[in-house]
Design a binder for this molecule. Structure first.
Ligand SMILES: *Cc1c(COP(=O)(O)O)cnc(C)c1O
Length: 311
């Protein structure tokens, strides 16, 4: 018998209504088209489910590779324009046209070959990967007859530079990811939020399977805590040392093993109680700081900790 691929002891609860709410708040604020970034299986939340939840709201969707849009049947499910942000995975425009995906291009060769797929030019404003350098931009735009240009924007100057570089052409320009949603001048003709859509929309929970009053240094590392609990999720599921929340109190994740971990518990915590690994009391930004990682990395890790439920 094959074991289930997903950890049966952990539930990843995705709140699609919250994602819609986040989308609406962004759209109301920026008042330009919003392209929802659902790459990497919507940061682990589920690209199909997220895209369907947003299909009546979003102006378009972004993935990294064509194959992601094909696998999630994004065109069939949403009927909205789809942009593959990464380097093209096929040089046959028919592969893109068939699935209603527009490729991103950065070289003259890609421009010539993929013209029929109505590509968007990915412009270099500092990122220096998968990008068209300023000095080749005119030639690439012309060869592709491109009507859209974008850049990887994390700072206002990236958006400003894009606007300068395509100045005077009637092209749709976009730069802003989540980090620029507070910079109105960066919004240009569209924004491309990813992580901002998923804020407060995921809860990752498990239960305490053992609770002990400590008899001395415990675990592999010999950690010392007056009382500790055990959960059936470890680093193989994406967990790292940091925090969790039990019965309303934020607690330490004391030691993370391959498939189980030790957590700090209080006097009233019992076997069977819920341990929140991500959610109220264990917020994404706080975990990211403790892990020394980006919120995107934490989401990608913890959303693969167990089976998904949608509400
Ligand atoms: C991932 C990505 C985004 C979304 O980034 P967030 O920081 O998660 O909002 C936007 N644009 C491009 C090109 C990306 O690769």
């Amino acid at each position: 018998m094959r074991l289930p691929a997903q950890n049966p002891f952990v539930t990843v609860r995705v709140n699609l209504a919250q994602i819609r709410e986040n989308f609406r708040a962004i759209a109301a604020k920026v008042k330009v088209p919003v392209l929802a970034v659902v790459k990497a299986n919507a940061y682990g939340l589920g690209a199909e489910e997220v895209a369907v939840a947003l299909r009546d709201l979003a102006d378009g969707f972004c993935v990294f590779a064509l194959q992601e849009a094909v696998n999630a049947e994004l065109w069939h499910r949403t009927g909205k324009p789809i942009l593959a942000l990464g380097p093209p995975s096929s040089m046959d425009p028919a592969d893109f046209v068939r699935h209603a995906v527009n490729p991103a291009i950065s070289t003259l060769e890609q421009a010539v070959l993929l013209k029929a797929a109505r590509p968007a030019v990915c412009v270099d404003t500092g990122m220096q990967r998968f990008t068209c350098p300023a000095e080749q931009l005119q030639a690439v735009i012309k060869a592709a007859d491109a009507k859209e240009a974008f850049t990887h924007g994390t700072r206002l100057e990236h958006a400003t530079r894009l606007a300068e570089l395509v100045n005077g052409r009637s092209m749709r320009r976009h730069a802003a990811a989540s980090a620029l949603l507070d910079e109105p001048q960066s919004w240009l003709d569209a924004v491309r939020p990813g992580i901002a859509l998923y804020h407060n929309a995921v809860e990752v929970v498990t239960t305490l399977v053992e609770v002990h009053d400590s008899t001395g240094p415990a675990g592999y590392t010999g950690f010392v805590a007056p009382r500790h609990g055990v959960i059936l999720v470890g680093y193989s599921h994406g967990l790292r040392k940091g925090i969790c929340s039990i019965n309303g109190a934020t607690r330490k994740v004391l030691e993370v093993g391959m498939q189980s971990s030790f957590v700090e518990v209080g006097d009233d915590d019992r076997v069977g109680d819920t341990v929140t690994l991500l959610g109220s009391g264990a917020q994404l930004e706080d975990i990211a700081k403790l892990w020394g990682a980006s919120p995107q990395e934490v989401l990608m890790s913890l959303t693969r900790a167990g089976r998904h439920e949608y509400e």
